[in-house]
Design a protein around this ligand. Structure first.
Ligand code: HSE
Length: 344
């Protein structure tokens, strides 16, 4: 399987590290021996090599503050769309930054790759929240896989759970903490850290979006509830059709005051079906400290799915992070490899 990375920031590098670390396991357990033939990154440079790129080289270069232009072989001047056209890849791993208002540049990358017959794995929420139906249709027409497990709850399995494991269930509601950055900030503020310092730390830890406004204004959680509404209820609503409020107005003293009443602020994303129509919202809520969601701290996410078959099913796990989101792409990659093998 020949891969290209489009976007080689925190998430792309997280996946690359896993591919290096788990090389033997992937080969032994799944017969998966991927060859990376290109890496394209707007900021870090681009490289192409049909013979395969040893991922340790770009990872080491970027760790020492160098760029992909310093690679020994294969420096490439084209952009991501050129690489999608020229690299001869089977799979594109799209992990550029999310823009929830335009979905670009990721939507153009994904469209080009799907139209060319490449399987696509992405963690980018913009294209899914804005153009889900269009992209799925292209993937169906060109008979390739379009997978995006990491768009919601990073590598913690939620979309696969909803689409496969809970097959046959009717889902009344999905509700919980869907943004790691804001949950981390609220946790650290309760410990006494000022808002700005907590946000900076979330950026350092690789939780926050490239422009962290998207986290603190609630847009990231909004993109996620929109994706859930599309995947679970077939909605075609736009993210900004739904009410959305972030955490920017929650002060340290409000957190303290809530605590004195036995409450804790959590940014809650919800999606539910009302008379066959998908509804969604994002807003901070004061939850009782005895409530299970109150004990979910740091960048951890937690979501309760209300079903007609099992009642409530709750998933708790990492919602953001380098390795955690990189891992979501690995899950999708293994799935593509299995599907290709099954069809042979
Ligand atoms: N910025 C996002 C978060 C990353 O903090 O949850 C994962 O989608």
């Amino acid at each position: 399987m020949r891969l290209i990375f489009v976007g080689f920031g925190t998430v792309g590098q997280g996946l690359a590290e896993l591919l290096v670390e788990k090389k033997d396991l992937l080969s032994r357990r799944y017969g998966l021996e991927p060859v990376v033939v290109g890496i394209s990154d707007e900021m870090k440079g681009s490289v192409i090599n049909p013979a395969g790129i040893d991922l340790t080289e770009p990872l080491d270069l970027l760790k020492s503050e160098k760029s992909l232009c310093d690679m020994e072989i294969g420096k490439y001047d084209g952009n991501a769309l050129d690489m999608i056209r020229d690299a001869g890849a089977d799979v594109m791993l799209e992990a550029t930054y999310t823009n929830i208002k335009t979905g670009e540049p990721a939507t153009s990358h994904i469209k080009a790759a799907l139209e060319k017959g490449l399987h696509v794995v992405t963690t980018n929420k913009g294209p899914l929240a804005l153009h889900y139906q269009d992209l799925v249709q292209i993937a169906e027409a060109t008979q390739v896989q379009f997978l995006f497990e990491g768009t919601v709850m990073s590598g913690t399995p939620l979309l696969n759970l909803l689409r496969e494991t809970l097959a046959g269930s009717t889902i009344a509601e999905i509700k919980g903490i869907l943004n790691g950055t804001t949950n981390y900030i609220l946790t650290r503020m309760e410990e006494g850290l000022p808002y700005e310092d907590a946000l900076k730390k979330a950026q350092e830890l690789g939780y926050a979006e490239a422009v962290p406004d998207a986290d603190v204004l609630g847009w990231d959680a909004l993109a996620k509830v929109t994706i859930l509404a599309k995947v679970v209820y077939g909605s075609n609503a736009d993210p900004f059709d739904y009410p959305c409020q972030g955490i920017t107005e929650i002060t340290a003293s409000a957190i303290e005051e809530a605590k004195s009443r036995g409450k804790r602020f959590k940014l809650i994303g919800k999606v539910w079906s009302e008379k066959g129509i998908a509804k969604a919202s994002v807003a901070p809520e004061e939850v009782d400290v005895s409530h299970p969601l109150a004990s979910v701290m740091g960048a951890t996410n937690a979501v309760t799915v209300t079903t007609d078959t099992l009642g409530d099913v709750t998933v708790v796990g990492p919602g953001a992070g380098r390795k955690e989101t990189g891992f979501s792409m690995l899950i999708d990659l293994i799935k593509i490899a299995s599907e290709i093998r099954r069809k042979r």
